[in-house]
Design a protein around this ligand. Structure first.
Ligand SMILES: Cc1cc2nc3c(=O)[nH]c(=O)nc-3n(C[C@H](O)[C@H](O)[C@H](O)COP(=O)(O)O)c2cc1C
Length: 363
């Protein structure tokens, strides 16, 4: 294996370890500013509440989506296998991490393809960076989809991380054109996703215009790649990387909070995946009430995914129990009813969404 390929792969393991062991969350995604109005007479039976939903013509048992995290190093295969077994068991969707390492070195393909082996029926999302798409074209995108038998392909935007990584791609020119070409040339639905800085209404319009099928907001307030890269720079033995530690720390505050990004993107179109700092069934309910189609979680599922199938199942059951209780207390017998729930929007989020209407926000 060449140095560059080995580096892409080992970086994947660094990221997993840092995310699992260090404090790398950015701040307040805005959920504290949203309150769903309590329904004191819900007129539905909590025992029959349905979490099932549809996304890109697929039936899912729940709007919880396992956001793409891993693969690309032999040490990540078991975590992907475990996440996939749970996706299959619960009937939920799942993404994989960037498949770049396996596209550079096919020996690593099984760290991704294991997800289809373990989840023959699940809605699976392949993953490729916008820069890799621009540089390698549709062929890489098709290979990524084929590698896991994907139902959709996520093109991730991570320019904050690129800006801080010593080895990062600092030239973002031509990525939108590459996404447009991809959407015109591939049959698999394309999702554009951010990875912790959020997507604005302007960027969302550009993406819909390019022909994407869905947007994942990947907002600020959860996993922060500025924080992750800052930790990596701190651990680096190369003195020339040291200044990147403070650059990462300084930029940990950069981004559009998830709730604000969700409102902005939903004002331009749908379907939309909310992600970034979603930590509970209550946070999920708030995203769904704002209009999200699915709710992606990464970090809260990482530690259980590194522990055991039972730990992961327990975590997902707890999230589902909380979402069900909140739906009951909102009088929502199904996910689509939650979208009709009334919301109070307060604080900074209200200021950023820029609407005075306390009844409904974001649309
Ligand atoms: C360990 C880890 C690795 C990740 N790797 C990728 C990746 O390769 N590609 C990608 O699009 N997003 C990646 N993400 C970002 C997540 O998909 C998600 O957008 C983001 O973490 C926000 O969710 P969270 O706050 O629940 O973690 C990763 C997240 C984590 C925690």
């Amino acid at each position: 294996m060449g140095d560059k390929k080995r580096f892409t792969s080992s970086r994947k393991l660094d990221h997993l370890r840092i995310c699992a062991e260090e404090e790398i969350e950015s701040g307040d995604a805005g959920f504290g500013d949203i309150r769903i109005v309590h329904n004191a007479l819900p007129e539905c039976d909590m025992g029959t509440i349905s979490l099932s939903t549809r996304f890109l013509s697929h039936h899912l048992s729940s709007p919880l989506f396992i956001a793409g995290m891993t693969g690309g190093h032999p040490g990540t295969k078991e975590a992907n296998a475990r996440l996939a077994r749970i996706a299959e068991r619960f009937g939920i969707g799942m993404g994989v991490g960037s498949q770049r390492a396996a596209l550079e070195n096919p020996e690593l393909a099984d760290t991704f393809s294991v997800v289809r082996d373990e989840a023959p029926h699940a809605f699976l999302v392949a993953n490729l960076g916008a820069v890799q798409l621009r540089d390698h074209g549709i062929a890489w995108a098709e290979d990524a989809v084929e590698m896991i038998g994907a139902d959709a392909l996520a093109i991730h935007l991570n320019f904050l991380q690129e800006a801080i990584q010593p080895e990062g791609d600092h030239n973002a020119a031509g990525c939108l054109a590459a996404i447009e070409e991809l959407c015109a040339g591939i049959r698999t639905p394309v999702i554009v996703k951010e990875t912790g800085c959020g997507i604005s209404a302007e960027t969302a319009r550009a993406c819909w215009g390019a022909g994407v099928s869905a947007i994942d907001v990947g907002g600020w307030g959860g996993t922060s790649w500025a924080a992750v890269e800052s930790v990596r720079a701190d651990k680096s033995r190369r003195t020339e990387d040291r200044h990147l530690k403070s650059l990462g720390e300084d930029l940990t505050g950069w981004g559009i909070p998830t709730v604000v990004s969700l409102a902005e993107v939903l004002s331009t179109g749908s379907p939309v995946i909310a992600s970034g700092g979603i930590r509970s069934g209550l946070d999920m309910a708030k995203c769904l009430a704002l209009g999200a189609d699915l709710c992606g979680m990464a970090l809260p599922l990482l530690k259980p995914a590194l522990t055991s199938d039972a730990a992961l199942a327990e975590r997902i059951e707890a999230i589902h129990r909380e979402l069900t209780a909140v739906m009951f207390l909102s009088g929502a017998a199904q996910v689509s009813d939650l979208r009709k729930a009334r919301l109070y929007v307060t604080g900074k989020t209200r200021g950023m969404i820029g609407r005075d209407d306390p009844d409904r926000s974001g649309r």
